[in-house]
Design a protein. Structure first.
Length: 171
């Protein structure tokens, strides 16, 4: 009786061969909203832009990672950036304290649609008085920070839809 019970339990745990309901997604493709499985956290994602270009970026999905963001980076290449994940659409404010590079900042809703775009947000230095540090706000579940000029280069503006794909997770 016990072996039969174990066999039944194992059979019920087998993954389904049926396609997932809703949007058709491929292996490794992210289904928005970006919500990590309980045992894993997104570490990196690939962002696909309207012009067909793609950028691999780290994902900041904890308060500590979001607070640090791209602070203290002395340079940011054309194919670098960071995706800040918040889990639900909300009003989000950012400031550029100790961010040593100019940025394009894109707010994305839960479907990956750009709701707000701030281009060429000016950098700060360690000596920049706090009342002179640039601040920006928008509404969304995600904020994507890229090197200044990249949104225009990638033909991305308000209303564009970006595809987010988790490519690396950490337990």
């Amino acid at each position: 009786m016990r072996p039969l019970l174990v066999l039944l339990l194992l059979a019920s745990c087998r993954p389904s061969d049926a396609p997932a309901k809703g949007r058709g997604v491929g292996a490794g493709e992210l289904v928005l909203p970006l919500v990590p499985r309980p045992a894993a956290r997104p570490k990196a994602a690939v962002v696909s832009f309207p012009d067909g270009s793609r950028v691999r970026v780290p994902v900041a999905d904890t308060a500590q990672a979001r607070e640090r963001g791209l602070m203290f980076r002395s340079a940011l290449g054309a194919d670098e950036g960071m995706l800040f994940a918040f889990g639900s659409d909300q009003q989000l404010g950012f400031w550029m304290k100790n961010t040593f590079v100019d940025l394009d900042m894109l707010w994305l809703d839960g479907d990956g649609k750009v709701t707000t775009l701030h281009e060429r947000v000016p950098k700060s230095t360690a000596q920049t008085p706090e009342d002179q540090v640039a601040t920006r706000a928008g509404f969304g579940s995600y904020v994507l920070e890229l090197a200044a000029g990249q949104a225009q280069r990638r033909k991305t503006g308000v209303g564009a839809v970006l595809k987010l794909e988790i490519v690396e997770e950490t337990p």
